[in-house]
Write a new protein. Structure first.
Length: 194
């Protein structure tokens, strides 16, 4: 049984649906400190480095176990957006995204002890429709505070699809983890039947 170094409901749901047995142990990690050490990297590289760091943080306490870490980050018009810190902050994100293409970078890593056994990143491009102030308030009435835990201020498994005209990329990337790659790596590592 692997360990998922995350408290993300969508990542847990993906693994459950795929039939992967796991135990969830959220990583305790200063993400900004990790990012400071890798300044100048691309958004995908940052998401991948954070995935590795999360997995390593948990693997250090669970020797011999495979630990899966994952991270997602959003970039729009060259600007990075973290999880919204308040309802007003989420509204500001949505106003900025309106009519633009949001890039969602998702990554995952599998670590055992001090070794990263596998890591990968994926990209989805989400074309945000023009959002009215009325819609933004309606959306936040329904989705806040849950979207406060989500990069991009949306949950694709909830009302998030109402934000978009088009999505390019696989559904697992949009949900926050490149699941097909994870499953392939788990098969190669002998954790799943091939």
């Amino acid at each position: 049984m692997i360990i998922l170094a995350s408290k993300s409901a969508s990542r847990r749901a993906m693994l459950d649906a795929a039939g992967v047995e796991f135990e969830a142990v959220p990583a305790k990690l200063d993400e900004r400190a990790v990012e400071a050490r890798i300044e100048g990297c691309t958004p995908g590289e940052i998401a991948e480095a954070l995935s590795v760091a999360k997995a390593q943080a948990v693997a250090s306490e669970y020797r011999g176990r495979l630990v899966l870490g994952s991270d997602s980050l959003v970039v729009c018009d060259g600007q990075r957006f973290d999880k919204p810190t308040s309802r007003d902050n989420a509204a500001g994100h949505l106003r900025f995204f309106s009519g633009k293409v949001m890039e969602l970078h998702s990554a995952a890593a599998i670590v055992r002890d001090d070794t990263c056994e596998w890591s990968a990143q994926s990209l989805a491009q989400l074309h945000v429709r023009d959002l009215s102030e009325v819609f933004i308030e309606f959306y936040l009435d329904a989705e806040w505070p849950e979207i406060g835990y989500c990069a991009g201020a949306f949950r694709i498994e909830a009302m998030g699809p109402q934000l978009f005209e088009q999505i390019e990329g696989d559904q697992f990337t949009v949900l926050g983890m490149p699941l097909l790659g994870v499953l392939g790596a788990l098969r190669e590592l002998g954790e799943l039947p091939s």
